[in-house]
Design a protein around this ligand. Structure first.
Ligand code: BDP
Length: 723
């Protein structure tokens, strides 16, 4: 009995400590600065802004000014200026809107945290996209589709009465990087989401998020009228259905006056939609848009559609949506995944970007790493997103990049937006892998300013995340107190410096930790492409859960376009999907000169070669190697890079608190193990077709193809895959 009691007390104590250890993400500012802040107006948002400054700002007094004059309108309600007075004695953060003040304050604090403050500040910023939205694929039972960081943050069972403190922490983190919208539930939406009971819960969350400038949106199920209220149809042209949506929307706005609108996945992967009634996507979207319009709400209608027919899956979204260009209401925006298939490690950009000219289009990125090693692999995603944003669509002449055709600079649509599928769960560190936080951060920063570089964002994140800025200095690393090894209550005793090998000074933080961790992050996406599916290969994943390689996968009765063989088409001649003019002709969906460039095997970029062409094993690559040899060397390079990340990280031990050090170290081991698994599985499998040897100067496979083919990872086990 005594033992049990002791165990109970011990466990409760342990849990108490655990519960208090929620990770502060990139917001590790000190909390006792006692800054002078002047703010004549009062409101919940301004109070947050002022409180953040009072706690953490260590410079001259700051005045927060909400401007009312017309000329300030140009910057928008979210844009801001930060200016130091001529005598240097005061800093003014000004905006037309309160949200702008909040963003200005977080900007100022970020400059302080990253050591970027200058004596005379003269900053003016406004966001690239009006709506910067996270898509949570969270279900009402708190499971998260493609989530690898625990359960959903939303405790539906406790709402609306109990509000977890994490709701506010979540809102604060988002506001600090400019995210102003959140879709709370899975795109595979249940009708129940719109029930009166759940709307009350949504209202409670909206109340927490509102002062942080965040609006709430919901994913809806297109059959809700029939499923929720027993209507005989959900046909968007049916009067009773249209009335149902109007009333439902009115009900929502009575509860949540600033509700954002709906996100819709329709006629996609088995979900209902307007086509079930012989109507178009435009009919469906416009019906919802009409109901939302009087309240200022919008519809984000997804273009992620494909059916199991004969047509190349990569072509289908374009085929379905292009004929509808110009047929959507002004408060509809088409949400398009970055590539034409599905968040693969590398895809060309979706040809819908720039091609839909009369309709607003928004990019959708995946922050959660469904196809990139879950929360086991360190893969910094800014380079992937930048690659898409910087791709020239040529749809409005040279230079009409995906960024320009979606952010309002090329086409004059009022509505601009960008979405990221969240990687957030209720894990203490929010995102599973400590470095996955960088992807949440990067999405926010890019949605605010799509011209920032991956390196700039990585630097910002590293500086804020691995230093606690306990000191009174406004430049990073000005004293040893600033650096990571004093992270926990100044507990320097927990540091285990590598004997004599490491100069633990601030200078060494700057010359060792920062550049090496930055480099590891910047290389990590290309490394993942290399060890998973280089040269334009795609969708070689295990069926269903998408963790690990199964290029051979053949599930009885499964749709062909859910199987890797559909995508790689390996045979004795070569490998790759022929999307050239002699194949599926997907190249024709791209504007000239891209179309011609992709179409020709000689001019197609080699990192997309097998996406667009079925290429003979002996094809001469630019390196002079055959395709087969190039494939082998590239897989091997991916493995070597994963190993190099381990080496880099091990030397970083003195700079990082032990908890995060070991956590990252543990996951990097898995990443390298997986990289070898990927390389062996893919090369041994493809070798059956190429019949060439694996070049003798690279590492030999350590697995047998037979045993790899026998092995089926259970999703619940992915952290401990024995490969
Ligand atoms: C795929 C995911 C699936 C999502 C779907 C979507 O595997 O879970 O429901 O995308 O975006 O990547 O709707």
């Amino acid at each position: 009995m005594k033992k049990i009691l002791f165990l109970y007390i011990f466990c409760s104590f342990f849990l108490m400590i655990k519960a208090g250890e929620i990770d502060n993400l990139w917001l590790r500012m000190s909390a006792n600065a006692k800054a002078e802040v002047i703010c004549k107006k009062q409101s919940p948002t301004l109070t947050i802004a002022a409180t953040e400054l009072r706690k953490a700002w260590r410079g001259a007094p700051v005045e927060l000014q909400v401007q009312t004059k017309k000329e300030w309108k140009k910057l928008g309600e979210e844009g801001f200026t930060i200016r130091t007075s001529a005598d240097g004695k005061k800093i003014t953060v000004a905006s037309f809107g309160e949200a702008g003040i909040l963003y200005g304050v977080y900007h100022l604090l970020r400059l302080q945290q990253t050591g970027e403050l200058t004596a005379q500040l003269n900053i003016s910023e406004s966001p690239s996209y009006k709506i910067r939205v996270l898509n949570h694929w969270d279900n009402l039972d708190r499971t998260v589709e493609r989530g690898y960081a625990g359960r959903s943050l939303w405790h539906w069972e406790q709402l609306p009465d109990t509000l977890s403190p994490r709701y506010e922490e979540y809102a604060r983190a988002n506001a600090s990087i400019g995210i102003n919208a959140t879709v709370l539930n899975n795109v595979n939406a249940t009708p129940q989401m719109l029930s009166r009971e759940y709307l009350q819960k949504v209202k409670a969350l909206a109340g927490v998020f509102r002062p942080y400038g965040i609006k709430v949106y919901l994913s809806i199920n297109f059959s809700s009228p029939a499923e929720l209220s027993g209507l005989s149809t959900s046909d968007p042209l049916d009067t009773s259905v249209r009335c149902w949506w109007k009333e439902k929307v009115n009900e929502i706005y009575r509860l949540i006056p600033d509700f954002g609108g709906f996100l819709v996945k329709a006629n996609s992967e088995g979900l209902p939609g307007p086509q079930d009634f012989g109507r178009t996507h435009a009919d469906g979207a416009n019906m919802l848009a009409d109901a939302l319009q009087p309240h200022g709400g919008i519809v984000m209608w997804r273009a992620f559609v494909y059916s199991p027919g004969d047509s190349d899956r990569a072509k289908q979204a374009y085929q379905e949506f292009m004929p509808l260009d110009g047929k959507f209401r002004d408060n509809v925006i088409i949400q398009v995944k970055n590539g034409p298939i599905d968040f693969q490690p590398r895809e060309p950009f979706s040809p819908l970007f720039g091609a839909m000219k009369q309709t607003a289009v928004m990019p959708e990125f995946q922050i959660t790493q469904e196809y990139l090693g879950f929360s086991n692999h360190l893969v910094y995603l800014a380079p992937l997103w930048k690659e898409c944003l910087e791709s020239d669509t040529y749809q409005h002449g040279q230079g009409s990049t995906v960024a320009c055709v979606t952010d309002g600079s090329v086409y004059p649509h009022q509505l601009t937006a960008i979405a990221g599928v969240a990687n957030i769960g209720d894990d203490a560190n929010w995102c599973g892998h400590p470095f996955a936080q960088a992807n949440w951060y990067a999405f926010g920063r890019l949605s605010w300013n799509n011209e920032l570089t991956s390196a700039q964002i990585a630097d910002e994140w590293i500086k804020q995340t691995f230093s606690d800025n306990e000191s009174q200095n406004d430049t990073i690393g000005a004293t040893s107190k600033n650096i990571g090894y004093e992270w926990k209550n100044g507990a320097s005793s927990s540091i285990k410096p590598i004997k004599g090998s490491m100069d633990l000074t601030v200078a060494s933080w700057k010359t060792t930790f920062l550049p090496q961790v930055r480099q590891m992050m910047l290389q990590s996406r290309e490394a993942a492409v290399d060890y998973m599916m280089p040269l334009g290969l795609h969708h070689l994943f295990a069926f269903g859960h998408h963790y690990g390689p199964e290029p051979w996968c053949n599930v009885l009765g499964a749709r062909a376009d859910w199987l890797p063989t559909y995508y790689h088409k390996a045979d004795s001649v070569g490998v790759g999907f022929d999307r050239s003019s002699t194949g599926s002709n997907a190249v024709s969906q791209y504007q000239s000169p891209l179309c011609e460039m992709y179409n020709d095997v000689q001019t197609c970029p080699e990192n997309l070669l097998l996406w667009f062409h079925h290429v003979p094993w002996n094809h001469k690559m630019k390196s002079g190697r055959t395709l087969w040899d190039e494939l082998c060397y590239t897989y091997d390079q991916g493995v070597q890079q994963a190993r190099s990340f381990q080496k880099t990280w091990d030397t970083m031990e003195p700079f990082v608190d032990s908890q995060r050090f070991h956590e990252v170290q543990r996951r990097l081991k898995i990443q390298t193990r997986d990289a070898v698994w990927w390389k062996d599985a893919c090369l041994l499998y493809f070798q059956q077709f190429s019949c060439h040897p694996i070049p003798y100067d690279i590492e030999r496979p350590v697995h047998n193809l037979d045993s790899l083919e026998q092995y089926h990872l259970k999703i619940s086990n992915y952290e401990n895959a024995p490969m």
